[in-house]
Design a protein around this ligand. Structure first.
Ligand SMILES: Nc1ncnc2c1ncn2[C@@H]1O[C@H](COP(=O)(O)OP(=O)(O)OP(=O)(O)O)[C@@H](O)[C@H]1O
Ligand SMILES: [Mg+2]
Length: 232
């Protein structure tokens, strides 16, 4: 039987900067609709690895295959449309929620109608916020807009770098649940960096543990957390 093609595969992915290997020789295949958590100590290279996956950082060796195709063959803008990203602090520019949502599609020459904006906001639980200035949103609401903005591009992979770590306890859970709902409803493939092992256990199918830029362990979430003594 032929195995399904992984949606995203890194092959010997490496990034060196200032004589230091920030990410070293990472080869991992991620299946469609899988949620992979990336964990590891501060400075391990988790954010760097994520940024290599949509070429915000450039590999110094190795590469990434997106649906079987070397991602260097894709225009960076097309790559970043298909591989969306959400970070700890949302990158929103001053203006209304609608203006922020229309930005990405406009770069592809598409205009999001009012109804499409409303539908996106509905999906992230933010009704009646279309005309709201983003400066007036709460942290949790801003993260919802950030997610809606990624969804506006119809991505196939979502990269999440500590998407809830800047939020208070209440909105942390809400945003995490929302992300999981959206990921499952759309069968999105998701790679999520987190420091929170309980969050990794709730969200992920597998965990990749990164130490000093290298893959220290990868496996089922329970198995990895158990091996690392984080789960009884
Ligand atoms: N442009 C750069 N040039 C040189 N070193 C860098 C650069 N960017 C990051 N680093 C270093 O690379 C290493 C990995 O950084 P990275 O931000 O990926 O870690 P992280 O695992 O995301 O940490 P944290 O959990 O604190 O977010 C760190 O030692 C950092 O100081
Ligand atoms: Mg980081």
């Amino acid at each position: 039987m032929m195995a399904a093609m992984p949606i995203l595969e890194t092959v010997h992915l490496t990034r060196e900067a200032g004589g230091k290997k920030l990410v070293e020789d990472i080869s991992v295949a991620v299946e469609r609709a899988e949620v992979l958590a990336v964990a590891g100590p501060s400075g391990a290279g988790k954010s760097c690895l994520l940024r290599l996956l949509n070429r915000l950082d450039e590999p110094t060796s190795g590469t990434v295959y997106l649906e079987g195709k070397d991602y260097r063959a894709l225009a960076p803008r097309e790559l970043r449309r298909r591989v969306g990203m959400m970070t700890q602090m949302p990158y929103l520019f001053p203006g209304t929620v609608t203006e922020n949502l229309r930005f990405g599609p406009r770069q592809q020459g598409k205009h999001l109608s009012g109804a499409e904006v409303d539908a996106l906001l509905e999906r992230v639980g933010l009704r009646q916020r279309a005309a709201h200035p983003v400066e007036h949103l709460s942290g949790g609401e801003a993260q919802r807009v950030s997610l809606a903005r990624a969804l506006a591009n119809r991505p196939c992979v979502l990269l999440l770098d500590e998407p809830t770590s800047a939020l208070d306890e209440g909105s942390k859970q809400e945003v995490e649940t929302l992300i999981l709902d959206v990921v499952r409803q759309n069968a999105l493939t998701c790679i999520v960096v987190t420091h929170d092992m309980a969050q990794a256990a709730r969200m992920a199918d597998r965990v990749l543990l990164l130490k000093a830029g290298r893959l220290a362990r990868i496996g089922g979430t329970r198995e990895v957390l158990h091996a690392e003594g984080n789960l009884s």
